[in-house]
Structures are given as structure tokens and as C-alpha cells.
Design a protein around this ligand. Structure first.
Ligand code: FAD
Length: 597
């Protein structure tokens, strides 16, 4: 054991940045890359990770301190064998294991808190803070249940990350590039098209039009339900009041005006924001997913840091548009959370698409040069020399916004990372306040937020609604798509669950062959004892649409006979779900006979 100081690494042009969170304490055993501090400048919030594993013996930094490169954070007793590169990055939690953290609601210490007694501008039964998929769904359900509802949102449009800078714009672009890719393969069918001419202005306009159509639709639905939308940045004054700093413009420019809303119940749905890497300089060519979706130009060389779903989706879009792409991922595989057999099919299909896929490799340094962003790598597959890129996309995860709403004023517990714990009714430790969506935990997905929004609204209305989903599906809308729901094989193995599997290769699917895309497969996972389906995974075109049937089967507790005996339309890709169930039963007439033992 040796003692060592942990210092603030190179944080680009930033200096004297306030520490807004200290995430570790003396005596705590920490892993390499574990976040130690959160810093917040006027431009960015960033986590400072440990560069070594060990046990903290003293903490030099405290909340509110201002730090720069080289400031001492802590003294640490270093473990003899430092954690190898890549193993310490927390993998996204797989859906089936995830449920909201269970907290026993306790009586809030509101009596000990200041009670707001000033002027009130609006009153409502239910206040929803944040209008992402979780928030708008909660507000609309509250209104449908007859409760007078106010929805507070800082931005001009409703829909949150998903509609404005997430699920929807990324899918508009992925659809476009999937068609571009498919058209190229038509020469094998005897149809040859010329090289595409890309009009970036029109492509951006198409994507923006899709967003506008959906967000405009939400505004109309809010109006139709008489949900009052208040535009501004909300923060709690106590457990019954929120102050809204009114905003205008396209972003969240404050108008200087403030309004106070009194509520009986509140549902917090303030979502999450991209994690920043502290060593990256501030430069317009270093972007997060929001910046990448702006599609300012097509870079010649692009680096994607992070091989998760968001990084791979954006890499797919930019590569089809013509960028040469490198991907750096700390872990030993891409698309963490998916079974490796699914991911391998994607990997094989995309083997020529990217220049380098660098697993067990991380970017450690970046500097702005005349030629672009020069990035240095470390790890098993790191290039010997720094590489220069025209665009760097950072897609290393998202952090919750729980620390930014003065939750303590209402007595709401927020953990050190910014997550708020809830019970199965989405209730926080303060009984009249609920929380949903990205803010309460993984997986950070829109359909989870929507489901939780409905539960919270129903619970707020006094219904006996609970979050008791058996599965939350995940989909990478790459080419091919990769989708999975419920338990994965890897989870079953890790948890010692005995399972049986049925796998139908698309090489035997008439429709997949007719489509010229038979590289995929569908697999179903059954509990060996109960024989009920507990999970499934699909890789291939439209896997994201197909996984819905698997989700329903898991929720309904179907077994292989239920699924196999369900007549599926022929010839479809969906048929592969029924055929995988037949394969599990050992008699699929679309596959060679099973050899008798
Ligand atoms: P958010 O959508 O983050 O909404 C929170 C809202 O609260 C925002 O509008 C914000 O402006 C507002 N807000 C925050 N603080 C305040 C405040 N103090 N006062 C007022 N308003 C406030 N998920 C999928 O399921 N499928 C996908 O295909 C998918 N693709 C994605 C692609 C990308 C590029 C990204 C970044 C994300 C993607 N996601 C996808 C994730 C999905 O967008 C999120 O899980 C989802 O938006 C979370 O919903 P939410 O309601 O919890 O929060």
C-alpha cells in the first residue's frame, strides 16, 4: 500500500471552478474512474474521476471550494493492483434488473423547513416540473383524471430531450441514412442509383420539421386538456410551492420575472444531461449528442467517445453521410447490456463501416490544434500516436438533474449523484411529491419515463397504481437494429437462473431472405422451471418494432406453447418470434430436425 495525492486533471480552459458536489468520503474505497467531485462553471457541469483505485485517507476539498488543474482533491492509499483499464466504468444497468430505488416514504421534515408565505401567482392540484416524455405524460394523465394541472418547462417546446434532442431527431436521421444504405444494395437486385447528393440544409429542415410536428402536437394536446403550461426554470421553495424564473427565446434566457405556484401534489420530471469529460477543451468541434444532432457539417474524420447506444446511433448516421469514424470504448464490448451474441451480429455486419473500433481504450487528453482536435488514447487498442479529428462526439452517459431544483427546500432527499429515490408509486420521501424518468435511475429511456409518469399521476389521484413492470425493453436503432427485453442470457448466468432458449436464425426466414437481410436472429429465453418466457433478444432490421411482442409475452407470463401456437402472419419478420418459440419446444418445421439423443 502506498499513499498518493489525487489532483484535479487538465480541465481545459477552466480555472477556479466551484465544487458543487463531493461524491466520496474519508475511508471510502474507490475505483479508478469513479467520480469524486462535480464542478460547475457557467458553461458546463463536469465530473472529476479518480485516476487510481484505493481508499481515501483524507479529503482536502470541500463543497464550495474553487479548483483548477492541479488542485489537490484527496489523499489515497493505493491498492497494490490498480484496476485494469476499462473494468471500472459502470455498465448501464440492464433493464430487467432495474426498478426504481425503493424508499420507505417517511414524514418529511417540513416543519423544520422554512414555509413560504409570500405572494402566489398560480394554484393547482398537481404541478409537474419538466415536460419531457415523463413530465408531459404525467401532466396529461393527471388532467385526464380530473385534476387541475400545471406543467412547468424551461424551454419553448414540450417534449424534453426525447422529442427535441434525443429519440426523435436521431431516428429521423437514422431513417434517412438507412434508406441511403439500402439504396446502395439495390445494385444486387439489378437496380442501380447514382451517388447521393446531400443537401444538409434540407436534411436539417426535415429533421426540425419532424420535431416541430410532434412538439406542436403536444402543445395542442396540453391546451385540449386545459393543462396550463408555465414557461420557466422551476425550483422548490417548500413542499407546496415552486418558484419559476420565467424564460424566453429558443433557449432558457431568463426574463427577470418570477412567479410562484402553490400545489397540492408535485411530480418532478426534470430528466438528465450529458456527462462531460473534464479533460476536453471547450471548442465547437467537441460536442455531445445535442451538438451532433445539429448536423452543422459532415466532418472528414470523427471520433465517437463511448460505444453505447447513443454513440453508435450517431456514428451510424455520420458514417453514412460520409465521415470516417473512430470509436473509443473503455469496456471490452460495445452496446453494454445486450447479450454478446446479438452485438456480434451487428459488429460483423458493420465491420467495414468504421475505421477503428477501439475497445478497452479511453481518450485521455485532447488539445485544439490548427488541424483539428488532437486526441491521445490509452488502453489495449490505443493508437501509438495522437489522432486528429474534425469532430469529437462525447457520448459517455447522462447524469440526473436532481441537484438543480432546490429539492432540499421541500425536504426531498437527493443522492450524491443527483438521483431521487422513490417507492413503487413513484413517491419520494416527501409524501405529496413524486419523481419519475431519467431522474430516478437507469435505464434512462423514454418509455420507462412515460410509464412512470402514468403511475405517478394515478397515485397522486389516489389510485392503487404501482410500478410493477416485468421488463423494460432496450433498442439500439443501428443497422441492423439490436433489441432486447427482460432477462438476458448473461443476467441469467450471473444470477444462477436456470433457463432454456429458443433461437430462430433469420437465414431460415423467407421474408428476411426476400429483403436481402438475413444476418439476424430472434431468441427467446424461458425459465427452466416455470417454462414461462422471461426474456428475449432480436438482431436484424426492424428488431425494435419486433421486440414489442416479446415484451407483451413476458408481461402476460406466456410460455413457448402460447407463443408458438399463436398464428403469425407469413411472410413477416414477426413470424420469427413464433418460430423461436417452436425452436425452444424442439419442433420447428422451418428448421432442420433436432437430432435425437
Ligand atoms: P427529459 O426528456 O430529460 O425532460 C426533462 C425536461 O425537464 C426537459 O424538457 C427540461 O428542459 C426540463 N427541466 C429540467 N429542469 C427544469 C427546471 N428546473 N424547470 C423547468 N423545466 C426543467 N430513449 C428511448 O427510449 N428511445 C430512444 O430511441 C432514445 N434515443 C435517445 C437519443 C439521444 C441522442 C438521447 C440523448 C436520448 C435518447 N433517449 C432515448 C433517452 C430519452 O430521451 C430519455 O430517457 C427521456 O427523454 C427521459 O425523459 P424524462 O421525462 O425523464 O426527461
Amino acid at each position: 500500500m502506498a499513499k498518493q495525492m489525487i489532483l484535479v486533471p487538465d480541465i481545459g480552459e477552466y480555472a477556479d471552478i466551484p465544487v458543487i458536489e463531493v461524491l466520496v468520503k474519508v475511508g471510502e474505497r474507490i475505483e479508478k474512474e469513479q467520480a469524486l467531485l462535480v464542478l460547475e462553471s457557467d458553461k458546463a457541469t463536469m465530473e472529476v474521476p479518480a485516476d487510481v483505485a484505493g481508499t481515501i485517507t483524507s479529503l482536502v476539498i470541500k463543497l464550495g471550494d474553487k479548483v483548477s488543474k492541479g488542485s489537490v482533491i484527496a489523499e489515497i492509499e493505493v491498492a497494490d493492483s490498480a484496476a485494469p483499464i476499462g473494468v471500472s466504468q459502470p455498465a448501464p444497468q440492464p433493464a430487467a434488473q432495474v426498478s426504481p430505488a425503493v424508499a420507505i416514504p417517511s414524514t418529511p421534515p417540513v416543519t423544520a423547513l422554512n414555509q413560504y408565505s409570500g405572494k402566489v401567482d398560480h394554484e393547482c392540484e398537481v404541478l409537474v416540473l419538466g415536460a419531457g416524455p415523463g413530465g408531459y405524460s404525467a401532466a396529461f394523465r393527471s388532467a385526464d383524471l380530473g385534476m387541475n394541472t400545471i406543467l412547468v418547462e424551461r424551454f419553448a417546446t414540450l417534449g424534453g430531450v426525447c422529442l427535441n434532442v434525443g429519440c426523435i431527431p436521431s431516428k429521423a436521421l437514422l431513417h434517412t441514412t438507412a434508406v441511403m444504405d439500402e439504396v446502395k444494395t439495390m445494385s444486387h437486385h439489378g437496380i442501380t442509383y447514382g451517388e447521393p447528393v446531400i443537401d444538409m440544409n434540407q436534411l436539417r429542415a426535415y429533421k426540425d420539421g419532424v420535431i416541430a410536428k410532434l412538439t406542436g402536437g403536444l402543445a395542442g394536446m396540453a391546451k385540449a386538456r386545459k393543462v396550463k403550461v408555465v414557461r420557466g426554470l422551476g425550483r422548490f421553495l417548500d413542499a407546496n410551492h415552486v418558484e419559476v424564473e420565467m424564460t424566453n427565446g429558443e433557449g432558457q434566457e431568463p426574463t427577470g420575472q418570477k412567479e410562484v405556484i402553490r400545489f397540492q401534489k408535485a411530480i418532478i420530471a426534470v430528466g438528465s444531461q450529458p456527462v462531460k469529460l473534464p479533460f476536453l477543451p471547450v471548442d465547437p468541434r467537441i460536442v455531445d449528442s445535442t451538438g451532433a444532432l445539429l448536423l452543422k457539417s459532415i466532418p472528414k474524420r470523427m471520433l465517437v467517445i463511448g460505444g453505447g447506444i447513443i454513440g453508435l446511433e450517431m456514428a451510424t448516421v455520420y458514417s453514412t453521410l460520409g465521415a470516417r469514424i473512430d470509436i473509443a470504448e473503455m469496456l471490452d464490448g460495445l452496446m453494454a447490456g445486450a447479450d454478446r451474441d446479438l452485438e456480434k451480429v451487428w459488429e460483423k455486419f458493420n465491420s467495414g463501416r468504421f475505421e477503428r473500433v477501439m475497445l478497452k481504450t479511453r481518450a485521455t487528453k485532447a488539445q485544439v490544434t490548427d488541424k483539428g482536435i488532437e486526441v491521445t488514447f490509452e488502453g489495449e487498442n490505443a493508437p501509438a500516436e495522437p489522432q486528429t479529428y474534425d469532430l469529437v462526439l462525447v457520448a459517455v452517459g447522462r447524469s440526473p438533474n436532481g441537484k438543480k431544483i432546490s429539492a432540499a427546500a421541500a425536504g426531498i432527499d437527493v443522492d450524491e449523484r443527483g438521483f431521487i429515490s422513490v417507492d413503487r408509486q413513484m413517491r419520494t420521501n416527501v409524501p405529496n411529491i413524486f419523481a419519475i424518468g431519467d431522474l430516478i435511475g437507469q435505464p434512462m429511456l423514454a418509455h420507462k419515463a412515460v410509464h412512470e409518469g402514468h403511475v405517478a399521476a394515478e397515485a397522486a389521484a389516489g389510485h392503487k397504481s404501482y410500478f410493477d413492470a416485468k421488463q423494460i425493453p432496450s433498442v439500439a436503432y443501428t443497422d441492423p437494429e439490436v433489441a432486447w427485453a427482460g432477462m438476458t442470457e448473461e443476467q441469467c448466468k450471473a444470477q444462477g437462473i436456470a433457463y432454456e432458449k429458443g433461437l430462430f436464425p433469420w437465414a431460415a426466414s423467407g421474408r428476411a431472405i426476400a429483403n436481402g437481410r438475413d444476418e439476424g436472429f430472434t431468441k427467446l429465453i424461458f425459465d427452466a422451471t416455470s417454462k414461462r418466457i422471461i426474456g428475449g433478444g432480436i438482431v436484424g432490421t426492424h428488431a425494435g418494432d419486433l421486440i414489442g411482442e416479446v415484451c407483451l409475452a413476458i408481461e402476460m407470463g406466456a410460455d413457448a406453447v402460447d407463443i408458438g401456437k399463436t398464428i403469425h402472419p407469413h411472410p413477416t419478420l414477426g413470424e420469427s418470434v413464433g418460430l423461436a418459440a417452436e425452436a425452444a419446444l424442439g419442433h420447428c418445421t422451418d428448421l432442420p430436425p433436432v437430432k435425437k439423443k
